[in-house]
Design a protein around this ligand. Structure first.
Ligand SMILES: [Fe+2]
Length: 200
């Protein structure tokens, strides 16, 4: 069953006030900060939409997995988004946990810089990739987008940070379906200048 844009907006606007794991921001703040970092980096609309929606699985299944188990949230939203959004959005979402496992394997100092919550979830998610698994991961389509998304994800945890409103990023996401799969940076799309300290 595919979600509609209204469903996505409803999920983010109503369930987004849950705390983001063990971090000091809400799910909605985390999603907006992640999308903002992607937008500021000049990412395409598709990668920016992926940044906004990468943890939608947490909102669809707020209780997550059983205690001490991986909740596999990177997969939960995919069946609901397929048909609405292109692979350029879905694949970075699917791969964003594997991107953490990849970066932990190949980048000195990456693991040490993760938040304690992210280090904890890494263990449940299988830990750093082995050499061959890291190589396999990097060879997949959209692996580079997933790696960049991962970095935005890691930094999108700043309490009280001002971001554009949810409507701004929903408009970018919606334009993807209306216009096919644009590759232009989101700066070319209509931009709301209404930054808010406490996202609604
Ligand atoms: Fe996240």
């Amino acid at each position: 069953m595919a979600l509609t844009y209204a469903d996505i907006e409803h999920l983010l606007a109503t369930r987004g006030f849950h705390q983001y794991g063990r971090e000091a921001v809400s799910q909605l703040e985390h999603a907006l900060q992640c999308a903002q970092l992607a937008e500021q980096a000049g990412e395409t609309a598709a990668t920016t939409a992926a940044a906004l929606l990468h943890d939608l699985g947490h909102l669809l299944a707020p209780s997550g997995g059983a205690a001490g188990q991986d909740d596999l949230h990177q997969y939960v939203a995919l069946p609901f988004l397929r048909g609405l959004l292109p692979d350029a959005v879905l694949e970075p979402i699917r791969l964003h946990v594997d991107a953490k496992r990849y970066l932990c394997a190949v980048e000195p100092g990456y693991w040490e810089a993760l938040s304690p919550a992210s280090q904890h979830s890494l263990v449940l998610q299988g830990g750093p990739f082995s050499g061959p698994d890291a190589e396999r991961f990097a060879g997949q389509p959209f692996a580079q987008e997933a790696i960049r998304l991962r970095r935005y994800d890691d930094h999108a945890k700043v309490p009280g940070l001002a971001t554009p409103p949810l409507a701004h990023y929903l408009a970018i996401t919606r334009a993807l379906a209306d216009e096919g799969m644009p590759v232009a940076p989101v700066g070319s799309l209509a931009h709301s200048s209404a930054a808010i300290a406490h996202p609604a």
